[in-house]
Design a protein around this ligand. Structure first.
Ligand code: NAD
Length: 417
C-alpha cells in the first residue's frame, strides 16, 4: 500500500485511487467500475488568440464530460497555465461524485484553458472566452452541459459565455451558472461555496469536539472561495490567523481583521503587504498551528513532502483535490480528520443548481430562500456522509465517495448502463 502512495500519480489517477477504494467497499462489479471511472466525452480545442500587442498565441481549451447518469453535465471552467487534459478529467470526475453527494440532478464535467489570465487584458479575456465557447458549443446546452466559474473565472466570464452561446441559440440564461444577478444569476451564488464550507466546518467542529468560536483558522487562497469562507468564519467568532495567496501570505496570531483584509485585497488584488499582520512565506502556510486548516486554492498542494508540518485539528478541503492520497494517508494516521472536497465545497454547485432551476422557470427567489435551501442541502449531505463513515468505519472522504458512487451506480443501472 505504502508503495502505491509513494508513486507519483497524476491528478486523475489520484481521484481514481479514491474512487476505486470506495467502489471496492461497495462491491461494485469491475466492469461497472471501469465505466463509471472513465469519461464519457473529452474535447480538446485549439484556440488562436490575437494578443493586444500583435502577438499570436496558441492555446488549448478542454471540456470533459465525465458521467451523465444522474442528469446534465455540470462543472466549472478554469483559466490557468496548469490546465491540461489530465487535470480536467480529474476535476470532471470529482464533479460527478460531488453532485451525487449533495443529491442534485446533475452529472460531472469540467473545462478550462491553459492560459495565464494574469498577463491578459480584459479584451483578451473576453475574446478568449467567446472563442472557447464557440469551439465547445456542440457539447453544451441547458439540458446537456452547463458551465460555471472556477479558478480565475467569474460572473463576468459567465456573462460572456452566455452571450456568445445566445448568439447562435437565442436567449438561454440556463446555459451557464454563476452569472451576474442582473443577467439571471442567483442571489447567493457568489458566496455559496464559501458559505457551504462554513456550514460544513460548523458541523465538523461539533462532531470533533471543537468550538468554532475562538478556533484558529488558516486558509490557503483568498479568491472567491477562500475570502467568503474567511468572512463567514470570522463573523461566527473564529480567529483567522494566516492567509496565503499566489503573491504572498500574512499572519497575525491575534486574528486578522477580515473586513479590513477584504478591502485591502479588493484594491491590491493580493493579501501580501497587508499592514494588519506580519509577512509570512506562502510556502509555509500549512505549518501555522491552528484548529482548522482550509486549503482553498489549487489542487495537489499537500503531499508527502509537506504534510508532516501540518499542525491542525481538522482539515476542510475548500479547494478541489488539494491533498494527494499519500498525504491523506499520513493525515489519517495522525488522526487529523479531513472533510473532503466533494462534500466541503459542494455549496457552489448546489446554488448553481438553484440558479439553473430559476432560469428554467424564469422565476426568481430572494436571497434568504436560497441560503435556507443551501443550508438544508449541506446539512443533509454532511449527515449522510458522516453516517456512512460511522457505519462502515471509514474516513469521511471514502464515505463521501461511497454515498456518491452508490447514487451514480443506481442511476446507471436504472438506465440499463
Ligand atoms: P479564485 O481564482 O477566485 O481564487 C484562487 C485563489 O488561490 C487566489 O487567491 C490565488 O491567489 C490563490 N492561489 C493560486 N495559486 C496559489 C498558490 N500557489 N499558493 C497560494 N495561493 C494560491 O478561485 P476560486 O473560485 O476561489 O477556487 C479556489 C478552489 O476552490 C479551486 O480548487 C476550485 O476548483 C475550488 N472550487 C471553487 C468553486 C467556486 O464556486 N468558485 C466551487 C467549488 C470548488
Amino acid at each position: 500500500m505504502a508503495e502505491t502512495y509513494r508513486r507519483k500519480m497524476t491528478a486523475y489517477e489520484e481521484v481514481n485511487w479514491q474512487y476505486n477504494r470506495a467502489a471496492d467497499l461497495l462491491g461494485i462489479p469491475d466492469q461497472h467500475k471501469a465505466i463509471m471511472r472513465n469519461c464519457y466525452r473529452e474535447l480538446k480545442v485549439q484556440i488562436t488568440l490575437h494578443r493586444d500587442d500583435g502577438r499570436l498565441e496558441e492555446l488549448y481549451g478542454f471540456r470533459v464530460q465525465h458521467n451523465g447518469s444522474r442528469g446534465p453535465y455540470k462543472g466549472g471552467v478554469r483559466y490557468h497555465p496548469s490546465v491540461d487534459m489530465d487535470e480536467v478529467r480529474a476535476l470532471a470526475s470529482l464533479m460527478t461524485w460531488k453532485t451525487a453527494v449533495v443529491n442534485i440532478p446533475y452529472g460531472g464535467a469540467k473545462g478550462g484553458v491553459n492560459c495565464d489570465p494574469r498577463s491578459m487584458s480584459e479584451n483578451e479575456l473576453q475574446t478568449l472566452t467567446r472563442t472557447f465557447t464557440r469551439k465547445i458549443d456542440m457539447a453544451l446546452g441547458p439540458y446537456r452541459d452547463i458551465p460555471a466559474p472556477d479558478v480565475n473565472t467569474n460572473a463576468k466570464v459567465m456573462a460572456w459565455m452566455m452571450d456568445e452561446y445566445g448568439r447562435k441559440h437565442g436567449y438561454t440564461p440556463a446555459i451557464v451558472t454563476g452569472k451576474p444577478v442582473n443577467l439571471g444569476g442567483s442571489k447567493g451564488r457568489e458566496s455559496a461555496t464559501g458559505l457551504g464550507v462554513f456550514f460544513v466546518a460548523q458541523r465538523a467542529c461539533r462532531d470533533h469536539g471543537l468550538t468554532l468560536s475562538g478556533a484558529r483558522v488558516v486558509i490557503q487562497g483568498f479568491g472567491n472561495v477562500g475570502s467568503w469562507a474567511a468572512k463567514y468564519l470570522n463573523d461566527a467568532g473564529a480567529k483567522v490567523i494566516a492567509i496565503a495567496d499566489v503573491d504572498g501570505a500574512v499572519r497575525n496570531d491575534k486574528g486578522l481583521d477580515i473586513p479590513a483584509l477584504l478591502a485591502w485585497a479588493k484594491e491590491k488584488r493580493t493579501v501580501a503587504g497587508f499592514p494588519g499582520g506580519d509577512a509570512w512565506a506562502k510556502e509555509r502556510i500549512f505549518e501555522v498551528p491552528c484548529e482548522l486548516l482550509i486549503p482553498a486554492a489549487m489542487n495537489g498542494v499537500l503531499t508527502d513532502l509537506n504534510v508532516g508540518a501540518v499542525s491542525a485539528r481538522l482539515v476542510i478541503e475548500a479547494a478541489n483535490n488539494p491533498i494527494n492520497p499519500h498525504a491523506d494517508h499520513i493525515l489519517a494516521e495522525r488522526k487529523i480528520p479531513v472533510v473532503p472536497d466533494i462534500l466541503a465545497n459542494a455549496g457552489g454547485v448546489t446554488v448553481s443548481y438553484f440558479e439553473w432551476t430559476q432560469n428554467l422557470q424564469q422565476f426568481y427567489w430572494d436571497e434568504a430562500e436560497v441560503l435556507k435551501k443551501l443550508e438544508a442541502v449541506m446539512d443533509r449531505a454532511y449527515g449522510e456522509v458522516s453516517e456512512m463513515a460511522k457505519k462502515r468505519g471509514v474516513p469521511l472522504r471514502t464515505a463521501a465517495f461511497m454515498v456518491g458512487i452508490q447514487r451514480v451506480h443506481e442511476a446507471a443501472l436504472l438506465r440499463g448502463i
